[in-house]
Design a protein around this ligand. Structure first.
Ligand code: AMP
Length: 419
């Protein structure tokens, strides 16, 4: 059953506690914390506009960083309140405590359309413990609960789950914000009954991180295209040499099972047939974490399925990228999770960019739906300047992956069902 949407609510004069994802990247500049990228704030504006127009009295709750349950000035949300006020062109009140008398008084003084941002909920350890009395305090003056923080919905915290329970027990509605609603639509409903052919592009570092996603999507997809380092664990499972490539010998059984399931269900399952490889060279230096720093030298094409012993595979090769692009161009639904190679290094970004171009072009020219499943694939699409040409880019990292696995996210489960 679908979840209640913020669009279904009558909010005039009501105090709405809204969980948002304002975990924005910040850096210190001249002794002050400055926001480096306000995308996450911008993404909440449609829901905020709707609530403001509807006459709600808005109380925003969010976390920033990992203060480990202590008050950490560099992780204060105060600069976010100022930025949000700027972006909305209206005042945003700030309470330097997310619970207690000051927060309640400010919340109770709100007029229709006013906004209050509460201080970082993670300044209290009770937030991540989802401690009931803390959730009760956080929701003290809330009559309605809205969650627009998909990126935090896989956590059962007081602000994502507990507070919704408090509001629901009082008979208040708990609804998805517009951003959350879009995430549930594209990562959920659209993939339940996808227009076919449905292609799933999987990449990234580890097979083990994506076991459940692979397993579930093999039940939906017509074709699976595999890239990234995870492809080498599949090749290892098939008995090929993978040299020094990033492989997971412990996950070979996962690869074997996935290949068998694909064959069993008639899902076309493609692995790279050529790769860009390089020779790792230990510089003798250590990075900040004390780990040895490697340089990757002499990058070149390897057209064999075996990778030489002293080499590492860093990208799928041009023939594979071309083949993958052809499959993508013939698809009506495209789901992409994980880059095709170590795209942060431009020498190994070519195939990720080619896949990104094929996804964008197919969306624009043949009306396919393209869904980018969060994290590094979103980064890669944006880096290629194609962010505006795909149907949907998830704002979640871990949350997207868990949702695609078919798991029930606590922050979603806490919302009221649509009647
Ligand atoms: P994930 O978080 O599992 O989607 O993995 C993303 C990371 O995988 C990115 O930082 C990529 O640099 C990395 N990656 C992708 N392909 C390779 C590869 N062939 N070798 C090493 N790292 C890779």
């Amino acid at each position: 059953m679908g979840k209640l949407s913020v669009r279904d609510l009558a909010v005039r004069g009501k105090r709405v506690l809204m969980r948002v994802d304002y975990n924005v990247p910040m850096a210190e500049k001249d002794g002050q914390m400055v926001i480096n990228d306000a995308t996450r704030i911008k993404e909440t504006l449609p829901t905020l506009d709707l609530l403001i127009q509807g006459g709600a009295r808005i109380i925003l709750a969010a976390h920033l960083g990992r203060p480990d349950g202590k008050r950490e000035p560099s992780m204060s949300l105060r600069p976010v309140a100022a930025k949000l006020a700027d972006m909305l062109g209206r005042p945003v009140a700030f309470s330097d405590d997310c619970i207690g008398e000051k927060a309640s008084k400010t919340a109770e003084a709100l007029k229709d359309g006013d906004i209050l941002l509460l201080e970082n909920t993670r300044f209290y350890p009770e937030e991540e413990d989802n401690e009931p009395s803390f959730a009760e305090k956080l929701a003290a003056s809330a009559e309605i609960y809205v969650n627009d923080a998909f990126g935090a919905a896989h956590r059962a915290h007081a602000s994502t789950a507990g507070a919704a329970g408090v509001v629901a027990r009082r008979g208040g509605a708990c609804a998805a914000g517009l951003l959350m609603e879009r995430e549930l639509k594209f990562l959920g409903d659209e993939l339940e009954n996808p227009a076919r052919p449905f292609v799933v592009i999987l990449g990234g570092a580890k097979v083990s991180d994506k076991i459940k996603v692979i397993d579930r999507l093999l039940e939906k997809a017509d074709t699976v295209l595999v890239g990234g380092a995870m492809a080498y664990t599949f090749r290892l499972a098939q008995g090929y040499k993978t040299g020094k490539s990033l492989v997971e010998p412990d996950a070979i059984h996962v690869a074997v099972r996935a290949l068998a399931k694909a064959a069993d269900r008639g899902v076309r399952f493609l692995l790279p047939t050529d790769n860009v490889i390089a020779t790792p060279f230990n510089t003798g230096k250590l990075n900040k974490k004390g780990k040895p720093v490697f340089e990757f030298r002499d990058e070149r094409l390897n057209a064999s399925l075996d990778i030489p012993d002293d080499c590492e595979g860093f990208d799928i090769g041009p023939a594979t990228a071309k083949r993958y692009a052809e499959v993508i161009r013939a698809s009506k639904t495209i789901l992409w999770n994980g880059p095709m190679g170590m795209f942060e290094d431009s020498r190994f970004a070519a195939s990720t960019n080619e896949v990104a171009r094929a996804v964008a072009e197919t969306t624009q020219k043949s009306g396919a739906k393209s869904i980018i499943g969060g994290g590094d694939s979103v980064k890669a699409i944006n880096l290629a300047g194609l962010g505006s040409q795909v149907t949907f880019m998830s704002t979640g990292g871990g949350a997207s992956l868990e949702f695609l696995e078919g798991s029930t996210l606590p922050g979603v489960a806490a919302l009221s069902d649509k009647r």
